[in-house]
Design a protein around this ligand. Structure first.
Ligand code: SF4
Ligand code: SF4
Ligand code: SF4
Length: 217
C-alpha cells in the first residue's frame, strides 16, 4: 500500500493546505473550525459510517497540523481556542509526536493465521509437520484447522502450504512497527506504547485508515 496514492494522502495534504492557507492569509482563527465542514460536505459519508465521524477525524488532523495534542471523544474544545498557544514562534510540540486518533482506528483484527477452503488435505501436510506447537489438525473431511489456543503465530505453516491455503492477517500498523510498540486499548483499538516507540512513523505511513498522524508545527 505504501507508495500507492490513496484518499488518505488526499485528506492529509488537504488538511495541511487549508491550515497553511489560513496561516498565510491571516484572519479570524475561528475559520480553522470550519475546515472539517469545508472538506467533508453534504450528508453522505465517503469513507466512514457517517459524515460526523469523518469531520471529527479531520478536526483532529487540523489539531495535529497545528502541533496541538489530540482530543479524546467527549472533549469539546474548538481548535481555534488552542490556536494562540500554537502560533507562538518558539513553541515546541509536546510529546508524543506520533498519535493514533482513537475514533479513527478501525480496530483491525490482531495477528491471526487461518486455514481457508483452499486446503486440499494433502498427504504430506507440511503445515502440520512444521508446526512447533502441534496446533494444526485435520478433520474427518480431510480439511486442516488451526487450534487458536495453541497457535503462537510463528507463520511457519503459512510459508509451507503449496496451495497457499493459509491466510495471515495482521494489523498493518503493528506489522510495520519494528519496536513492537503497538498494543490494544480496552476497545480493541491500536494504542502506542510510548515507552517503546521511537517515533519512526512507520505505523503512520502503513495505516490504511489514516488513523495515525504526526504533529506538525
Ligand atoms: S492499521 Fe490503522 S486502523 Fe488498523 S489497527 Fe492500526 S491504527 Fe487502527
Ligand atoms: S502459525 Fe505456527 S504455531 Fe500457528 S499453526 Fe502455524 S506453524 Fe503452528
Ligand atoms: S512504527 Fe515507529 S512511530 Fe509507530 S509505534 Fe512503532 S516505533 Fe512508534
Amino acid at each position: 500500500m505504501r507508495g500507492v496514492h490513496s484518499a488518505v494522502d488526499d485528506i492529509r495534504r488537504t488538511v495541511f493546505k487549508e491550515v497553511a492557507k489560513l496561516a498565510f492569509e491571516g484572519g479570524d482563527p475561528r475559520l480553522l473550525d470550519q475546515i472539517p465542514l469545508k472538506m467533508i460536505q453534504g450528508e453522505v459519508a465517503k469513507h466512514r459510517h457517517d459524515v460526523f465521524l469523518e469531520r471529527a477525524i479531520v478536526e483532529e488532523r487540523v489539531r495535529l497540523a497545528l502541533g496541538l495534542n489530540i482530543r479524546f471523544a467527549g472533549e469539546t474544545i474548538p481548535v481555534s481556542e488552542d490556536l494562540l498557544s500554537a502560533e507562538k514562534s518558539q513553541k515546541h510540540f509536546q510529546n508524543p509526536l506520533v498519535n493514533i486518533i482513537p475514533f479513527a482506528c478501525n480496530a483491525c483484527p490482531p495477528k491471526q493465521l487461518r486455514i481457508t477452503d483452499n486446503c486440499q488435505g494433502c498427504i504430506s501436510h507440511p503445515c502440520m509437520n512444521v508446526c512447533p506447537k502441534d496446533a494444526i489438525y485435520m478433520d474427518k473431511d480431510k480439511h486442516c484447522h488451526i487450534d487458536q489456543e495453541k497457535c503462537i503465530k510463528c507463520g511457519k505453516c503459512f510459508n509451507q502450504c503449496p496451495y497457499r491455503a493459509i491466510s495471515k492477517i495482521e494489523r498493518p500498523c503493528a506489522a510495520a512497527c519494528g519496536m513492537d510498540a503497538i498494543k490494544s486499548d480496552e476497545l480493541g483499538r491500536a494504542q502506542i506504547d510510548y515507552d517503546k516507540c521511537v517515533s519512526c512513523g512507520m505505523c503512520l505511513v502503513n495505516c490504511p485508515f489514516g488513523a495515525i498522524a504526526d504533529k506538525s508545527q
